[in-house]
Design a protein around this ligand. Structure first.
Ligand code: F0G
Length: 460
């Protein structure tokens, strides 16, 4: 804590700044038209407050920048790799580490090795790239998250929990042989950054063990998940983040990791595993898809920044300020009647677009339209997490229709000030005031893979 009178304040001061461009509404109208009403296609220099994602958008510390100067750029056997490997083994506890260029690189390796044609991969709600790689490998994703996760108004403290009965029924229905592993995300991004409890994770481990099924953790925001466990889970309040993280990992056989989130860097990821044979195969496949197993598509300096980031992210003052900032915005929005997903998760505030724009049907892409309006109003960039992100069912070709139709305001770590947060709140309130006038969109271009990134729209 920086002072004793407040629950949190930023545990750092600013040494370098990046200037923002001030735009007019006309500038933003033409930028949005050029971007096909898709915030992913906006040029970032036309955005003032960029809450598109917390991925790779973090501010690194002076220590991370100086560690980068120590990067060993050797093609093979880089000293930086060994420093990173030691840090991951110490904090995550897995036996083997294969660096990858980012999270989806690790997902690709894992799915490629374990998922066979016709397999089913259960998970606590899908994530876009994770499911795409499972499907690419011939598998099918099956959602086994608790029902509360799909209800934006449920105040369940661990909406990321696996529904053990759903999982058990699935195992009975398809048979353990068709289930290569259970994919457990901590936290669950698409549900609003919601955590899974330690108790639930232990139960998933026990259940799958009885059936001989492995568990792989999506550890992308596992440190944020650990924060919620310490804060909310009975009997866990005395523990450190590091201690809880270590136990979470010990309840799995390995993890995929996008270091671009928790680990306070701009690029990087890894696959970590305990099985030596599988690790050998992953290192070998890594050569094909990522790069030699001691660099994984990254520069040596990136490996150094990750190693330092692991320790900084586990500092309780960091995590209090990180989650505290997200809550500050969420609480201000909720207090003024903006419909948001509750409780507030770790990395973002999710606006409930169905409740925000009740006059629009899901076919008019309400969350996509709301994201566009937030940009027009206040140069705030957000992201659609609804029907566009959900994509089409590979069998029927129909839109998948998620119950959650959300807009995500995602907070990069250590980047924006409290005044920026006030601008965000003000922007959302202004859009809410004119919500009944907002029209929906139609999709005029639809890419085949992960369509939300590159789809184009036009107003109805
Ligand atoms: N898993 C989770 C839970 C994620 O949130 C992400 C990325 C990935 C895996 C894939 O990692 O991007 O490094 O390849 N999420 C970003 C986001 C893109 O904006 O939520 P990646």
């Amino acid at each position: 804590m920086v002072t004793s009178h407040r629950p949190w304040a930023e545990p750092y001061r600013i040494k370098m700044v990046e200037l923002l461009r001030v735009t007019t509404r006309e500038d933003r109208e033409s930028a949005l038209r050029e971007a096909g009403w898709n915030t992913f296609l906006l040029r970032s220099d036309m955005v003032a407050i960029d809450l598109l994602t917390d991925s790779g958008t973090n501010a690194m510390s002076d220590r991370q920048w100086s560690a980068m100067m120590l990067g060993d750029e050797a093609y093979a056997g880089s000293a930086s790799y060994y420093r990173l490997e030691a840090a991951i083994k110490r904090r995550y506890g897995y036996a083997h580490v294969v660096p990858t260029h980012q999270g989806r690189g690790a997902e690709h390796l894992l799915s490629h090795m374990l998922v066979k044609q016709g397999d089913v991969v259960p998970g606590n709600m899908y994530f876009t790239t994770t499911r795409a790689h499972q499907e690419l490998a011939g598998g099918r994703f099956e959602d086994v998250v608790i029902d509360e996760a799909h209800d934006p108004s449920s105040e369940h403290p661990f909406k990321g929990n696996v529904d053990l009965a759903k999982l058990e029924r699935l195992i009975e229905r398809v048979g353990a042989r068709r289930i290569p592993y259970v994919c457990v995300a901590a936290t669950v991004n698409m549900a609003g950054g919601q955590p899974i409890s330690l108790e639930n994770l232990r139960a998933v481990r026990a259940l799958t063990k009885r059936h001989g099924i492995s568990v792989y953790l999506d550890a992308t925001r596992a440190m944020e998940n650990a924060f919620f466990i310490v804060e909310r889970e009975p009997g866990q309040g005395h523990r450190t983040l590091a201690d809880v993280l270590h136990e979470m990992c010990s309840l799995s056989d390995g993890c995929t990791m996008s270091a671009k989130k928790d680990l306070l860097v701009n690029i990087g990821g890894f696959l970590a595993l305990n099985d030596a044979t599988l690790a050998d195969e992953a290192r070998n496949l890594g050569v094909l898809f990522e790069g030699l197993h001691t660099y994984g598509g990254l520069a040596g300096r990136d490996l150094e920044a990750m190693a330092v980031g692991i320790e900084e992210a586990l500092d309780p003052a960091h995590m209090r300020a990180r989650i505290g900032q997200v809550r500050y915005v969420a609480d201000a929005l909720a207090a003024s009647g903006v419909p948001i997903v509750k409780p507030t998760g770790g990395h973002a505030v999710f606006l409930d677009a169905r409740a925000f724009l009740p006059h629009l049907s899901q076919d008019a892409f309400p969350a996509q339209a709301l994201a566009a309006e937030l940009y027009l109003e206040g140069s705030v960039r957000s992201m659609e997490r609804g029907i566009v992100s959900a994509g089409r069912d590979p069998d029927s070709g129909e839109h998948r229709r998620p119950r959650l139709e959300l807009v995500r305001l995602t907070f990069p770590r250590r980047v924006y000030t409290q005044a920026h947060c006030d601008v965000v709140v003000d922007t959302v309130q202004r859009v809410l005031a004119r919500a009944p006038q907002i029209r929906g969109l139609r999709m005029v271009h639809e890419p085949r893979h992960l369509r939300f990134f590159q789809a184009r729209f036009a107003p109805l």
